[in-house]
Design a protein around this ligand. Structure first.
Ligand code: FAD
Ligand code: PHB
Length: 389
């Protein structure tokens, strides 16, 4: 087989890139290790920046998002029983949109099918070859048969556990990592959200987050030790713990019910540099991870897609390689700002095992400054709704 760009990974980065390129007339083949059903069963992010919404519109996959997404003009921050609001509309005039990653991915798969784009599911043993040459190729096994695709470029959109990043030799690659000493236990329940907006809560018992997917689907999280196992958390224990961490008014009105998904995610910050090597470009979680506190994971994947899409489009349509040569530098400049914001929000809102009295007072002072200072609120709002591409 031959195509212009092989995209490894059929998660949101790979699919969005493929749809944008298809619209620009650039041929792609997407190789995904799992089945479509498996990818769509993963419950992950829920908040979309305006930049990502615009990209989805550009890719013609935003009809349902525009109909069903909830536009949020602000978010609530609770510090023990003191709750204040960051007003995105007033501070920056840009909202965020609540629309689940699962739905984004579903819309992208439907669009890809409708436009006849080629996706190979259950592609095993994907391997990248001759990435530093002008004639790279990718091999894989499908239904027990070995296959090969020759191409011009390879987009490594295969997430944190993919093969693309590892293709870049160790002496070229630099990795930066911070692992946090806790995780998030998350549940999904078919109950109305406790508030119209998200509540990020810093409590004596640890962090909690009230989020949502739609009018009858809520997503809640509590910070938990890394040693906890999902099986140890009954639904009742989860609801009790959540109620103890969120403001009283919210706890009193919270509607609980059976959970339909429950999982624990560790928190990590990670960046690999550079994001390009020869004809391989890394995109999304393949190159970087943020703790979910700032809702930046999916959105930062989207900004990589923006830079890579324009780089490839300029190469094929305008004969210009400037975007290709500067991809890594431009993507990383924005990635590091998202890393900083996610790290800051994580530090602001969580309880750390070794936290001293001084550390706790610093957190409280940081929260009080944010509550009282418009410039601080504006800085937070600018980062939360998404820095410009
Ligand atoms: P992925 O979504 O990981 O997609 C990569 C795809 O590549 C997958 O489909 C995978 O099956 C495929 N793949 C992997 N290896 C291979 C291979 N060798 N060959 C072929 N295909 C391969 N972000 C937030 O903003 N908020 C959240 O609440 C949030 N929660 C999260 C919870 C969890 C458990 C995880 C893991 C992430 C979460 N994130 C969250 C982050 C967000 O979901 C990611 O940033 C986003 O999924 C990145 O998209 P991606 O397409 O780059 O990577
Ligand atoms: C979610 O709805 O899953 C969500 C929202 C905001 C975050 C993280 C996760 O910061």
């Amino acid at each position: 087989m031959r195509t212009q760009v092989v995209i490894i990974g059929g998660g949101p980065s790979g699919l969005l890139l493929s749809q944008l390129l298809l619209k620009a007339g650039v041929e792609t083949i997407v190789l995904e290790r799992k089945t479509r059903e498996y990818v769509l069963a993963r419950i992950r992010a829920g908040i979309l920046e305006q930049g990502m919404v615009n990209l989805l519109r550009e890719a013609d996959v935003a009809d349902r998002l525009d109909r069903e997404g909830f536009v949020h003009d602000g978010t609530l921050i609770a510090s023990d029983n003191d709750t204040f609001r960051i007003d995105f509309a007033k501070s920056v005039g840009v909202p965020v949109v609540v629309y689940g990653q699962t739905e984004v991915t579903r819309d992208l798969y439907n669009a890809r099918e409708a436009t006849g784009g080629e996706t190979v599911f259950e592609a095993d043993d994907v391997c990248l070859h001759d990435v530093k040459s002008d004639a790279p190729y990718v091999t894989f096994r499908k239904d027990g048969r070995d296959q090969r695709i020759d191409c011009d470029y390879i987009a490594g959109c295969d997430g944190f556990h993919g093969v693309s990043r590892e293709t870049i030799p160790k002496d070229v690659r630099q990795e930066f990592e911070k692992v946090y000493p806790f995780g998030w236990l998350g549940v999904l329940s078919e109950t109305p959200p406790v508030d119209d907006e998200l509540i990020y809560a810093n409590s004596e018992r640890g962090f909690a987050l009230c989020s949502m997917r739609n009018a009858n689907l809520s997503r809640y999280y509590v910070q938990c030790p890394l040693t906890d196992r999902v099986e140890d958390w009954s639904d009742d224990a989860f609801w009790e713990e959540l109620k103890r961490r969120i403001p009283e008014k919210a706890a009193d009105t919270l509607i609980t019910g059976p959970t339909i998904e429950k999982s624990i995610a560790p928190l990590r910050s990670f960046v690999t540099e550079p994001m390009q090597w020869g004809r391989l470009f890394l995109c999304g979680d393949a190159a970087h991870i943020v703790p979910p506190t700032g809702a930046k994971g999916l959105n930062t994947a989207a900004s990589d897609v923006h830079y890579l899409y324009h780089a490839l489009k300029d190469h094929y349509l305008d004969n210009s390689d400037k975007g290709i040569e500067t991809y890594s530098t431009r993507a990383l400049a924005r990635v590091w700002k998202a890393e900083r914001f996610s790290w800051w929000m994580t530090n602001l809102l969580h309880r750390f095992p070794e936290q001293s009295g001084f550390d706790r007072r610093m957190q409280q002072a940081d929260l009080a400054f944010l509550r009282d200072n418009e410039a601080a609120q504006q800085a937070m709002a600018e980062n939360y709704v998404g820095l410009p591409y």
